[in-house]
Design a protein around this ligand. Structure first.
Ligand code: WT7
Length: 654
């Protein structure tokens, strides 16, 4: 992709100033933000060190700030000692022991409240159960669970003893679970009998058993939470019920003090190869990111009811469910199920019943609920809401305006937060009491975040509205520390393009006249389907693993609700189906991809062709395939194609 070819098409002019009522109570006002920005620019390291001293409870304070000797491997606060779970729980016990930490609501409507004292006790017990199973500092523990308070307990318990967790989203298949367990070399798996979503039972233990039957030789034990209540087989000597594991253990567990750089977790995400990468995060730097963004971007106050709708299987659920809210002593809502059960008013119903004040969700959810009509949210009292947020993909101005009008009732600022699994926490987002918003823009970088847009040569683009690569010029404390077991890929993916000078996010963006950032999309072969990140290569490898598939190319197709939909072009071994139609095979291939990766990767469209359009050097012409999938006129040069008939087949016209 040449940067010159990236043109911005959005020209949004509306500007929304933060309402006076919001500004009055906001933690950060305009002049404070300006001071912050100045301090950060004057001395980047001092700025972050000051925050780290102020916001983290250290067991042993650090004296070293940033260590760049092995750049692009950066270390922050290297000689400090801390415990993340201590920072999330113990330090809240003095003033907030009886405060509700989690308001959990099951899809069936069951509600459970957990106080800080109770959560602390549950985490200590479970940490002792992990220790009893031989889990020690540095061991990897894979967590494959439904949304329930126990998943937070499991993550916090790992953090308490210095074990490294790796949460695998419950929607991933047995095969994906196996790949992640093996890559991480995990010693333990924590799962549940089943979860509920959209009225359906998710067979977690069944998938876990299938994964373990295929390999995963490093797994020594499995802890199983009883949630759905269905009957499942338990393998004696390996599997133990959660409630049995915590039966005879103490509810006191001294935290294990770890070095700042000790890995807190791995989280697998898709890239532009067939293999997901285990993004590794640190303890201190990551915690700092979760805390400061809760304060700056979510303006968290003691009496807020905070609700981030993300599943803990994604990074959003790490930073803004499992860690950030607890580390700031907040009360959060956690919901198990789908937004449409029993109807599309469920989110608004939860907001009303639990008095949610800060609501954070994905554009795809907003678009889906918007489509159901304005009268659904109108039925609910949303007057407690004071701040809204979005994450995961660019939000189209139409959905932004609907969110603003029908959910925020034109009263709540919207914070459009740009970040990634790799960045640990928000990097570009409006601080709601200080920055005016524009629908569709994530606005300005946070203090201490040196974001920029550069051209193909790595030069800063100074001309407004000219697209380029989004980069971060200076290391920040909550950045990823590497890709588990693949140092070269870390450098190749994030640093190599501009000679290790700055972090390359993989997104294209432009800045407008006011310096506001507008994210345009991915610069690599990564799709954003309902906000979830999927590698086209991953889906292609899954397809070609099917005995009848010779070749496959996957692209994104614009979709009104999902943002992008998965569109697959397939070349079969043997003859192409007559007229390009074979419904039975299409069904089989879709089920196949679901089995290989998970339902989120299931192709929406499959089109059969005799071969794929390639350049002379053999590269698949993805841009052409994208235009065809979008139903656009073909403007590319197709003179190198073997025959014109292929075009008709690809277009589904022959
Ligand atoms: C990619 C990262 C960060 C948590 C959820 C996704 C896209 C994310 C925005 C936004 C436009 C966004 C980018 C980014 N993205 N937030 N506010 N506006 N695009 O995490 O799965 O690691 O995906 O999501 O393309 O690179 P992720």
């Amino acid at each position: 992709m040449a940067a010159q070819t990236i043109e911005s098409v959005l020209h949004e002019q509306r500007l929304f100033q933060p309402a006076a009522a919001f500004v009055e109570h906001a933690r950060i006002k305009k002049h404070e933000l300006e001071t912050f920005q100045q301090q950060a620019v004057q001395d980047h390291e001092k700025f972050w060190a000051g925050l780290a001293r102020e916001q983290i409870s250290w067991h042993k304070p650090f004296t070293q700030i940033l260590d760049s000797r092995r750049a692009p491997h950066f270390r922050w606060f290297g000689d400090g000692l801390l415990n993340v779970s201590y920072n999330c729980l113990d330090r809240n016990l003095k003033d907030k022991a009886g405060k509700t930490a989690i308001i959990f609501e099951g899809e069936q409507g069951d509600v459970r409240r957990v106080t800080y004292a109770e959560l602390h006790r549950d985490v200590c017990r479970f940490a002792n159960a992990l220790k009893a199973k031989g889990i020690k500092k540095g061991d990897r523990v894979v967590i494959y669970m439904p949304m329930a308070p126990e998943v937070v307990v499991a993550m916090q318990a790992c953090a308490r003893i210095g074990a490294i967790h790796s949460v695998v989203f419950g929607g991933f298949s047995a095969q994906s679970l196996k790949d992640r367990i093996e890559d991480a070399g995990a010693k333990m798996l924590i799962t549940a009998d089943g979860g509920t979503r959209g009225g359906k039972v998710i067979e977690l233990k069944l998938a876990a058993d299938q994964a373990l039957a295929k390999g995963c030789s490093t797994i020594e034990s499995v802890i199983v939470l009883k949630r759905s209540g269905q009957t499942i087989p338990m393998q004696s000597g390996r599997d133990v019920w959660w409630h049995d594991a915590v039966k005879n253990v103490s509810d006191q567990c001294e935290p294990v003090w770890v070095e700042s750089e000790h890995p807190l977790f791995l989280l697998y995400t898709s890239g532009s190869t067939g293999k997901p990468k285990g993004i590794q995060h640190s303890s201190a730097g990551y915690l700092l990111g979760a805390i400061v963004t809760m304060q700056w971007v979510f303006d968290i106050h003691d009496d807020d009811i905070f609700w981030c709708t993300a599943d803990v299987g994604w990074v959003t659920g790490h930073s803004y469910v499992a860690y950030g809210p607890l580390a700031t002593g907040a009360t959060m809502v956690m919901y198990e199920g789908a937004p449409t059960i029993p109807d599309g008013g469920r989110f608004w119903d939860i907001c009303q019943r639990h008095g949610v004040t800060i609501f954070y969700t994905a554009p795809t959810a907003i678009r889906g609920l918007m489509k159901l009509g304005d009268d659904l949210p109108a039925k609910y009292d949303l007057s407690k809401l004071r701040l809204l947020g979005t994450v995961g993909e660019p939000i189209n101005p139409e959905a932004w305006m609907w969110y603003h009008k029908h959910i925020g009732r034109e009263r709540c600022p919207i914070t459009d937060t740009w970040w990634q699994t790799e960045t640990g926490a928000h990097l570009i987002a409006p601080i709601p009491g200080a920055v005016a918003t524009k629908p569709g823009s994530c606005t300005l970088p946070l203090p201490g975040i040196a974001a920029d847009v550069v051209d193909e040569e790595g030069n800063s683009i100074t001309q407004p509205n000219q697209g380029g690569y989004l980069v971060i010029r200076k290391p920040w404390p909550f950045m990823l520390r590497g890709i588990w077991g693949d140092e070269q890929r870390y450098i190749d993916t994030y640093w190599k393009k501009f000679n290790n000078k700055y972090y390359v996010a993989g997104d294209t963006a432009h800045k407008d006249e006011d310096g506001y950032f507008w994210i345009m999309g991915r610069a690599d072969d990564v799709l954003k389907v309902s906000g979830h990140r999927l590698g086209t290569m991953e889906i292609e490898s899954a397809l070609v693993a099917h005995p009848r598939v010779a070749e496959a190319a996957v692209v994104g197709k614009p979709d009104e609700i999902k943002g992008e939909a998965v569109f697959a072009y397939v070349v079969l071994k043997g003859a192409r189906p007559t007229g390009g139609v074979d419904e039975a095979l299409t069904k089989e291939l879709r089920a196949w991809v679901t089995e290989q990766i998970g339902p989120i990767a299931r192709p929406d469209d499959i089109r059969y062709a005799d071969n794929l359009p390639k350049t002379r050097s053999g590269k698949i012409m993805r841009r052409l395939l994208r235009s065809i999938a979008a139903g656009e006129a073909i403007t590319q040069d197709t003179s190198t194609l073997e025959n014109e008939a292929i075009l008709l087949q690809l277009q589904g016209k022959a």
